[in-house]
Design a protein around this ligand. Structure first.
Ligand SMILES: [Zn+2]
Length: 409
């Protein structure tokens, strides 16, 4: 979940909302795409290998629209969302971690209450559609993918939801939660976040206990959103592979939500997976810089006076003179290239953050577009086996190892 945009007044979103698709001049249109040999190769690979995405926020996007689980029919095209069943099919999605995200605006018992309500809603959402089937294990994912359905797992985003209680963590696991993101945007009582002031220098002693308990239970420790110090502490303590459910490479785009190279270099020993995300400001330095300038323009306009119409007008004038750059599919592929160069292709996965973002890269507009990314990697010289690993085999390997650690092996 990329939350910053939604904290801004609505008018700010206009400037960064997805513009109509702009296909680069000379790029193939869809009829030619179908015969593109790289595209054909990508689709063949994704047909026999489960494509596993680490993070999708459709339930939160539905809540934002004040929809309940039964208020929308996802068997029909839903262009107002990034996700529906026809496009999941077209995108060859084999398994999805559905996010039960809870904002850090909720604290204490209310955060826990929200978490339990979201877990229940995601479970109902999955139960509602024949095409989706709940999955707990790597074997479940492989079996459900072979049956032609979409394996559905639950990720809890925000460690504040356990209210510093291992009993609550165990309850989440019992209810079907497969990973806990140790923090969201704010530092918790036991772990420092990437986008907040540090309080513990990484994990507190209780934070280390949380990691050990997750190893024992068989839950993935998710290090998206945490500070580099928390990443280092978790990697020192854990006996099971970790994941980054939706993060990209910091050496390519210097955003605190991305993974620094020194942390990447610890992954081969740990066996974990960076599930590369599509969040525009995490994958494009130009978008990141534009967002920073936008924020300073609005801050300056606000500081000038309380007149909200005036602030909006000044922002509109600025945005008209300074159109936002767009991230692209090629930017996302550059992040994958970088991680492959640093540690090889065995520790890379995909975690788009669809329906948790307000704009998307050109070429990766919704869940139907994953094959285009794999076609691009094929075009860049990735082997069939590398494409299979990045699509899902790396995550399945990490999950099997995580499961054996939980069984005490
Ligand atoms: Zn997130």
């Amino acid at each position: 979940m990329m939350r910053y945009a939604r904290l801004l007044p609505l008018f700010l979103l206009i400037g960064c909302a997805a513009a109509p698709g702009t296909r680069p001049r000379g790029a193939s249109a869809s009829p030619e795409m179908a015969t593109d040999r790289f595209r054909v190769r990508a689709e063949r690979i994704l047909d026999d290998t489960p494509l596993i995405d680490g993070h999708n926020d459709i339930w939160d996007a539905m809540k934002d629209r004040r929809w309940g689980v039964a208020d929308v029919d996802l068997t029909q095209p839903r262009p107002e969302l990034h996700t529906d069943l026809p496009r999941l099919r077209a995108g060859r999605v084999g398994a999805q971690f559905w996010s039960a995200y809870v904002s850090t605006a909720y604290t204490g018992p209310e955060a826990l209450r929200q978490a339990l309500a979201n877990i229940e809603a995601v479970r109902q959402l999955v139960a509602r559609y024949e095409e989706l089937e709940p999955a707990r294990t790597a074997d479940d994912i492989a079996r459900i993918h072979r049956s032609g359905r979409i394996a559905s797992l639950i990720g809890m985003e925000g460690g504040h939801t356990i209210e510093s209680s291992l009993a609550n963590l165990r309850t989440f696991h019992d209810l079907g939660v497969s990973y806990l993101t140790l923090t969201h945007a704010a530092t918790t009582d036991w772990a420092d976040a990437a986008t907040d002031a540090p309080r513990h220098g990484g994990l507190s002693p209780f934070g280390e206990e949380v990691v050990r308990e997750m190893n024992r239970l068989g839950m993935f420790v998710d290090l998206s959103h945490v500070s580099p110090e928390t990443m280092h502490d978790a990697l020192r303590v854990t006996r099971a592979p970790v994941i980054f459910s939706h993060s990209s490479a910091r050496a390519v785009t210097d955003n605190p939500r991305n993974v620094p190279d020194d942390v990447l270099r610890l992954l081969p020993r740990n066996g974990g997976v960076v599930m590369v995300t599509f969040v525009p400001q995490f994958v494009s330095s130009a978008v990141g810089a534009w967002n920073a300038r936008r924020d300073s323009v609005t801050a300056a306009a606000r500081a000038a006076g309380p007149d909200s119409a005036g602030v909006e007008l000044r922002f509109r004038e600025w945005a008209a003179a300074n159109p936002s750059p767009r991230a692209t599919l090629s930017d996302v592929a550059d992040h994958i290239d970088h991680i492959r160069r640093v540690i090889g292709s065995d520790y890379i996965g995909i975690g788009a953050d669809f329906d948790g973002i307000t704009s998307t890269p050109v070429g990766l507009e919704n869940v139907s577009t994953y094959p285009a990314l794999f076609a691009e990697l094929a075009r860049r010289g990735y082997s069939d086996q590398e494409l299979r690993k990045i699509a899902g085999l790396n995550l399945l390997r990490a999950m099997r190892r995580m499961e054996s650690v939980a069984r005490g092996r």
